[in-house]
Ligand binder design. Structure first.
Ligand code: PEP
Length: 250
């Protein structure tokens, strides 16, 4: 039985004081809830958010991390630094990292392996652009991103991996994949993981959908067999919008 997992990616929003105030409100609103919820603030906002959610079940994650542990890498933040703060979860391979900062599947894979070797949990994002979808390349793109992204990851380490299927054309655009389209992509990813590992690993894998998830569409998405959670951008920035998403089953 896969436990629903809802995550909020704040992207480059929320100063430390804004983030702390928001996280405090969210933690209070979620008191007593047993849904698995993660929030991913910008690096500098993380310490204030960690302090604000102390004692709650909220997971505080990073949106990215370096492919190295320390050294001459100006502007980078490492797994060691995150862990020292108490952060054990990281989003890797977000389409904005791929498209804007040129991150390749190989580079993302290096970070995945590093995060896992440091005992962290990884939320690995995959997804096709509109151009790729229209050219009939959905399966080719997902196969490449999943196979290379997970290269060298052991079956045991798969327990620390979540995959977020985020069609790039649906991120921040207000366009959502239909629940059927999303479910088909998720089923394809699950089959791929079964081929790479075992049926058991594939059945346990949490696959989140991301791309303009909101209160009005979360129920329909979450009702699908292979959709186990959501990675939410815009709608994770206010308690009013995020709470109904987290409480989709109420
Ligand atoms: C995201 O940033 O991963 C995302 C899915 O954004 P949005 O919900 O705003 O489309």
């Amino acid at each position: 039985m896969r436990k629903p997992y809802i995550a909020g990616n704040w992207k480059m929003n929320m100063t430390p004081s804004q983030g702390a105030a928001f996280a405090k409100d969210l933690a209070k609103a979620l008191e007593g809830s047993d849904v698995k919820v993660m929030i991913a603030p910008p690096f500098v906002t993380i310490p204030a958010v960690l302090e604000a959610v102390k004692g709650s079940n909220l997971i505080v994650a990073a949106q990215n991390m370096s492919d190295n542990l320390s050294g001459a890498f100006t502007g980078e933040v490492s797994a060691l630094m995150l862990k020292d703060l108490g952060v054990n979860d990281v989003i890797l391979g977000h389409s904005e990292r791929r498209a804007i900062y040129g991150e390749t599947d190989e580079f993302i894979n290096k970070k995945v392996l590093l995060a896992l070797s440091e005992g962290m949990n990884v939320d690995l994002c995959v997804g096709e652009t509109l151009e790729e979808r229209e050219a009939g390349k959905l399966e080719e793109i997902l196969t490449r991103q999943v196979e290379i992204g997970l290269r060298g990851v052991s079956a045991a380490q798969m327990a620390n991996i979540t995959i977020a299927y985020e069609p790039v054309w649906a991120i921040g655009t207000g366009k959502t994949a239909t629940p059927e389209d999303a479910d088909n992509a998720h089923a394809f990813i699950r089959t791929l993981v079964e081929k790479l590992y075992t049926k058991g690993v594939a059945e346990e894998l949490i696959i989140q959908y991301g791309g303009s998830v909101k209160a009005s569409n979360v129920k329909a998405l979450m009702s699908k067999e292979h959709i186990d959670g959501a990675l939410v951008g815009g709608a994770s920035l206010s308690v009013e919008q995020f709470l109904p998403i987290v409480s989709f089953d109420k």
